[in-house]
Design a protein around this ligand. Structure first.
Ligand code: AMP
Length: 240
């Protein structure tokens, strides 16, 4: 697959250029093409600061509260929250070529092939608001995607922490039934959500094994603020 074509030691921008050259059937120039950002990053002294660049990966089944909790952590740390589901929904909404292709997969609860959206994800990660760290919500969802993150991070070697939201299945169904009523997501009917749980269960152990001691399990059966407190406690050690 795409990742095997990429040599190690690539930065996000080398990765991006290389993928683009491969797409066009050309050899990558493999040059160090670093991105420079102008302007100063605003540091507010009363905000919690990360000791080092950290990539937080939120892992959990649909309706586990990943989006809600990722959003809260992003606000607390003033870092970017990147949801691949949201990126894809935006493409669907704008009826782009990618959106039209992705929609088929999303509506049936299946995973969208990584090759279709890796470019928009890599572009997003190389933006300025990801310099201090970022949160990935809904990515990776396969071991291949996990390896992609490692490739992207191989030069910078940012710290990776996986926040795993663990929720009982009957609780998920209960939440999904409620969510299906007030959200207007085409993929959020209870049936389709069941498919998405099956897809998640199929890869969860692989990802947990892949990340090993980087994984912090969180009891996400509890209410939003109790889950948030556990997450805040788990990231305390990352703060300066
Ligand atoms: P989410 O909002 O994270 O539950 O994602 C909604 C849908 O978008 C999923 O059911 C997939 O069809 C697609 N999707 C989101 N993230 C990924 C990913 N990392 N890999 C493949 N498909 C994804």
């Amino acid at each position: 697959m795409f990742i095997s074509k990429i040599s190690s030691g690539f930065s996000v921008n080398n990765y991006r250029n290389n993928v683009s050259f491969q797409r066009r059937g050309m050899l990558s120039p493999l040059k160090a093409d670093t991105f420079s950002f102008s302007g100063k990053v605003q540091e507010k002294s009363n905000e919690p600061q990360l000791k080092e660049k950290t990539i937080y990966i939120f892992l959990g089944p649909p309706a586990s509260g990943k989006g809600t909790q990722a959003e809260k952590l992003a606000k607390k740390l003033n870092i970017a929250h990147i949801s691949t589901g949201d990126l894809l929904r935006e493409e669907v909404k704008n009826e782009t070529k990618l959106g039209l292709e992705a929609r088929e997969y999303m509506n049936s609860g299946r995973l969208v092939p990584t090759e279709l959206f890796e470019r928009i994800l890599v572009d997003r990660i190389s933006q300025k608001d990801c310099q201090k760290g970022y949160i990935l919500d809904g990515f990776p969802r396969t071991e291949e995607q996990a390896r992609m993150i490692d490739e992207l991070n191989s030069e910078e070697n940012a710290k990776i922490k996986v926040i795993q939201l663990v929720v009982d299945e009957d609780k998920l169904i209960e939440r999904m039934t409620a969510r299906a009523k007030y959200q207007n997501r085409e993929d959020d009917t209870v049936d389709k959500l069941r498919t998405r749980i099956v897809v998640y269960n199929g890869v969860k152990d692989t990802l947990v094994n892949y990340y090993g001691d980087k994984v912090v399990p969180i009891d996400a059966n509890l209410d939003i603020s109790a889950v948030q407190s556990q997450i805040n406690e788990s990231i305390e050690e990352d703060l300066a």
